[in-house]
Design a protein around this ligand. Sequence first.
Ligand SMILES: Nc1ncnc2c1ncn2[C@@H]1O[C@H](COP(=O)(O)OP(=O)(O)OP(=O)(O)O)[C@@H](O)[C@H]1O
Length: 329
Amino acid sequence: MATPALEAVDLVKTYPAGRKNPPLRALDGLTFSVPEGVVLGLLGPNGAGKSTTVKILTTLSRADSGTARVAGYDVNRSQDEVRRSIGYVPQKSSSDPQATGVENLVLSGRIYGLTRAEAVRRAAELLERFDLTDAGSRQVKTYSGGMQRKLDVALGLVHRPQVLFLDEPTTGLDPEARADLWNEVGRLSGHEGLTVLLTTHYLEEADRLADQLAIVDHGKIVTEGTPEALKAELRGDSVHVELVSPDTDGNVRGLLSGLPGVGEIVVEGNTLRARVDHGATAVPAVLGTLEDKEIPVTAVTVSRPSLDDVYLRYTGRSFREASVEREAA
Ligand SMILES: Nc1ncnc2c1ncn2[C@@H]1O[C@H](COP(=O)(O)OP(=O)(O)OP(=O)(O)O)[C@@H](O)[C@H]1O
């Protein structure tokens, strides 16, 4: 069997206690494997352990236990080989805002050992590739957020790595710039055989970009597969009901959970989500039951299961709820 481009086995990482905080187990036996040329999406709410995983795989941090290999090299024993094989695009831009796009790329190429002529050639190639040729001679501080992010990705590719790490690449970008970057990332793996590990807390981004998706929760992979396969595992439909008042005492939940064909129910504020066998038969039954008890409703929608439903199934809470929980922690 071909060597996986990325492999993590049973990674554990605990951050030591601070003055106010107890020790924190950020990774708790995280395991995954990615074949060459695949985009793996690590999807999880803030604090799930995605960046910690990336730091270990890029040799910026060490796991307490477990093993990881990148492009066939062990991250502890062959750090130099790992670093030469990877490109890393961190959450915060690493470009120099005072320098131009070309200067940033050439400098990066020189750091990786390219001759000046090679670095200049590679810079021009990458600027063209990311549609930045016209902006190449401008200082990076004049770039839009989307242009800066594209330059960041270009910087990660200067030395033609085998594996590219993108840590939350589109955070803070407007929808148009986000869609533009999604197209670029899609092309990278498609045409250039690059393996990409992408971390994200956007369900849509994971759905759109990842060939393989691994859902991370509390430092573990709780499920993995293609986004389509993960959604297809969930039979039936997803029903969302917007209530006029929040179901604070669990009344509505209790009423609906007794209905035939209605599965897991989650209530968040005024929104109730239920997994049902058949949307077409469940909706009249749900609305009839609520009407009998004079519980007013503002809207009802039926949809095919989404990645949010997948997340709910494996973690017991919705993605939004998990993100809010983490932000409050
Ligand atoms: N250097 C550190 N010292 C102490 N705790 C840390 C450190 N780095 C991360 N953590 C904690 O470890 C947990 C996992 O963090 P990590 O950054 O890996 O999560 P994440 O999924 O990447 O989240 P985000 O999307 O916010 O980056 C979090 O609870 C975080 O607060």
